[in-house]
Design a protein around this ligand. Structure first.
Ligand SMILES: *Cc1c(COP(=O)(O)O)cnc(C)c1O
Length: 225
C-alpha cells in the first residue's frame, strides 16, 4: 500500500483520538519511523507530506541522511551508545533516548548547539526495555543542570508488548503524570512539554492520554502488505 493511503488512515485515527480527548490534531507531531524501510520508501513518505523521520541506528540514519539531507526533521529514537553520538549530533533535531549521565556528558561535549533531548523512561519496568525507572527520573533530570547544551524537551517511553488496553493506557498516563511533575519543578533547562509515546499498535490510546509525538513505523511506512 502507498504511504499516502496509510497516512490518510492514520490522520483519520489521530483526528478521532483528538476528538475523544478534546485535543487539537495540530498539537501531535507525527514521526515516521523508517528503520525497517528503504531510502526510496522514506522519500515516498516525505512526498506524501511527512515532515519528521525517526531512526534507531546511527549507520542507517547516516545512510538516509546522505541522500535525504536535512529537509526532514530527524529524530534519533533508539538506544544510543556514547561513542556513536558524534555521528548523529549534527544531523538530528531530537534525541529521544537520553537515559544516563554518561550519555548526557557525551552529548554535551560533542554539541556546539542546544540539543533537544527527551528522557527515556521504562514505565513498564520490563527488563528488556531501556530507560530510567520512573522513581529515578526526577533526580536524573535535575542532575542534567550542568550540561549547558542539553535541553530536556520531554519524556519518552515504549509501552509493553501487549494488546491490553488498560495496561497501555496506564503506562501512558503514568508518563504524563511524571511529565507534569517535571514541569512543576520549573527548571529552565527542562521545560518538559513533550510526551513521545505511541507506536503502530497503540498511538490512538497514547494520544488520548496526552502524547505530543507519536512514532509510527509499520502502520505508516511498512512495505510488507
Ligand atoms: C521501531 C520503533 C517504533 C515504531 O514501531 P512500529 O511498531 O513499527 O510503529 C517506535 N519507537 C521506537 C523507539 C522504535 O524502536
Amino acid at each position: 500500500m502507498k504511504v499516502a493511503a496509510k497516512l490518510d488512515h492514520i490522520k483519520q485515527q489521530i483526528n478521532q483520538a483528538c476528538g475523544k480527548a478534546n485535543r487539537n490534531p495540530d498539537d501531535i507531531r507525527l514521526i515516521a519511523v523508517t528503520k525497517y524501510v528503504s531510502i526510496e520508501r522514506a522519500r515516498e513518505a516525505l512526498e506524501a507530506g511527512i515532515t519528521d523521520l525517526g531512526e534507531n541506528r546511527d549507520e542507517e540514519l547516516m545512510k538516509k541522511w546522505e541522500v535525504l539531507g536535512d529537509k526532514p526533521v530527524w529524530h534519533y529514537i533508539g538506544t544510543l551508545q556514547s561513542r556513536k553520538v558524534k555521528n548523529i549530533i549534527d544531523k538530528v533535531e531530537y534525541i529521544h533516548s537520553l537515559d544516563r549521565l554518561s550519555l548526557a556528558k557525551e552529548i554535551n561535549k560533542r554539541a556546539d548547539h542546544l540539543v533537544k533531548c527527551l528522557v527515556q523512561v521504562n514505565v513498564s519496568q520490563e527488563e528488556s526495555k531501556h530507560g530510567l525507572p520512573p522513581e529515578d527520573t526526577l533526580q536524573f533530570i535535575e542532575s542534567l543542570r550542568p550540561f549547558a547544551n542539553i535541553r530536556v524537551e520531554g519524556l519518552m517511553t515504549m509501552a509493553p508488548f501487549t494488546n491490553d488496553q488498560q495496561v497501555l493506557r496506564g503506562c501512558f498516563r503514568k508518563l504524563r503524570e511524571l511529565r507534569d511533575q517535571v514541569q512543576s519543578l520549573r527548571l529552565d533547562f527542562a521545560p518538559c512539554t513533550e510526551l513521545s509515546m505511541g507506536m503502530s499498535n497503540d498511538y490512538s490510546i497514547a494520544i488520548e492520554e496526552g502524547a505530543t509525538m507519536v512514532r509510527i513505523g509499520t502502520a505508516l511506512v511498512g512495505e510488507d502488505e
